[in-house]
Design a binder for this molecule. Structure first.
Ligand code: GTP
Ligand code: MG
Length: 357
């Protein structure tokens, strides 16, 4: 890229940005899909209320955070507003039975999982050519809050932030490095990497740090603490837009190229922790070492190869599923992407095709 004359380089970057933008637009869910999903949520909420009248069923994850792709799963969370409620595992069993009787969903209750959930799926139909997959969990208030945080970041600079995140989600799925069960990283992990990069690596930053901005009024602790974790962040995005402006004018293409370069070459995987709350931290300072001396916890080495701090649950490594091989593959993919983009094929669209091949 650097050897090209500036105007030719600028033209290519503008073309590539345009390609990225049109590519992700056609992968967004249709209005029809969104409407069907909302109907499903309402139907499930009605049924759950026959067991727990005081309950609400809320969307989180990609259906609610602004980074949804076509046919993505539905993540639902049931909140129960009464004091006397059933245990989550009992609810999962009862709800499983009820849904099996009353609906056409395939139902799989997992009452004994670390986080008890009911898994549902619906076969394809004309209105829903790929069917629906949905998980219902209970009282996962932290997930609702981190969904709201990611959504606020998307709203600050929708064009650049959403385009980058959506592209990375598609890219990581096509390159098969988006499977926590197989040792690579969840979508949630990739979204956190993009936000970390835009808040803490880019200079000037593309995004402000919403968790470190001064609040408009003093906030009583009990209003923002959930399970011992501070979940406060600046969420008045209208006001923020009036008061804060990014000095960074790079295009989506430039940001993406730099993102791949940073995570293939510069991020200190061995010792560093990516935190959107606090920037680059040390594994040492969090007790997340992955050297042999940490083998007191037998799998500590495996758990902390790649470290991404959850924005609220700060003792939780979102990348804990990433194995040695998984990290090797992920870094290899970041390098491959850097190489493809550095070659700058004459037509920008070819770079896109090559990236996701
Ligand atoms: P797709 O399903 O791939 O479209 O992406 P998604 O945006 O829904 O992400 P994902 O399914 O990985 O996660 C859904 C939501 O679950 C996230 O927005 C988080 O709120 C929550 N979540 C997922 N993984 C974790 C995790 O490891 N820790 C915590 N605390 N929350 C998580
Ligand atoms: Mg999801």
């Amino acid at each position: 890229l650097n050897s090209a004359s500036p105007p030719a380089r600028r033209k290519w970057l503008a073309d590539f940005s345009e390609c990225l933008f049109s590519f992700v637009i056609q992968l967004l869910p249709t209005q029809e899909e969104l409407a069907v999903k909302e109907d499903v949520r309402k139907l499930l909420e009605r049924l759950i209320r026959t067991i727990e009248p005081e309950s609400r069923l809320l969307s989180f994850g990609s259906t609610a955070n602004g980074y949804g792709l076509r046919n993505s799963d539905m993540d639902l969370c049931c909140l129960i507003d009464s004091e006397e409620r059933l245990a989550a595992s009992d609810l999962v069993t009862m709800l499983g039975d009820l849904l099996e009787r009353e609906t056409k969903f395939h139902v799989k209750p997992l009452p004994h999982a670390r986080i008890p959930i009911v898994k549902l799926s619906l076969d394809p139909s004309p209105g829903l050519p790929l069917g629906i997959a949905c998980d219902i969990g209970f009282e996962n208030r932290l997930a609702l809050e981190n969904t709201r945080l990611l959504m606020c970041y998307a709203m600050i600079d929708p064009t650049r932030v959403r385009t980058m995140v959506l592209f990375l989600k598609v890219w990581s799925k096509r390159r098969k490095i988006n499977s926590p069960y197989k040792g690579t990283l969840s979508s949630y992990g990739y979204v956190l990497l993009v936000i970390y990069f835009l808040v803490h690596v880019k200079n000037p930053p593309v995004l402000p740090n919403l968790q470190q901005m001064p609040p408009l009024r003093p906030i009583p602790k009990e209003e923002t603490y959930l399970g011992g974790f501070n979940t406060w962040f600046f969420d008045d995005i209208e006001l923020l837009r009036q008061r804060w402006h990014s000095e960074n004018t790079e295009t989506v293409a430039e940001l993406l190229i730099d993102f791949f370069r940073y995570f293939s070459r510069d991020f200190p995987y061995g010792v560093g922790v990516a935190s959107i709350r606090a920037g680059l931290l040390k594994k040492d300072s969090k007790g997340w070492q992955n050297d042999l001396s940490a083998s007191r916890y037998n799998d500590a080495r495996e758990r902390n190869r790649f470290c991404i701090e959850d924005p609220f649950e700060t003792d939780y490594n979102v990348a804990r599923c990433v194995t040695k091989d998984g990290l090797y593959t992920i870094r290899g993919e970041f390098m491959r992407a850097s190489r493809v983009l550095a070659a700058r094929p004459e037509r920008a669209i070819l770079a896109l095709a090559d990236l996701c091949d």
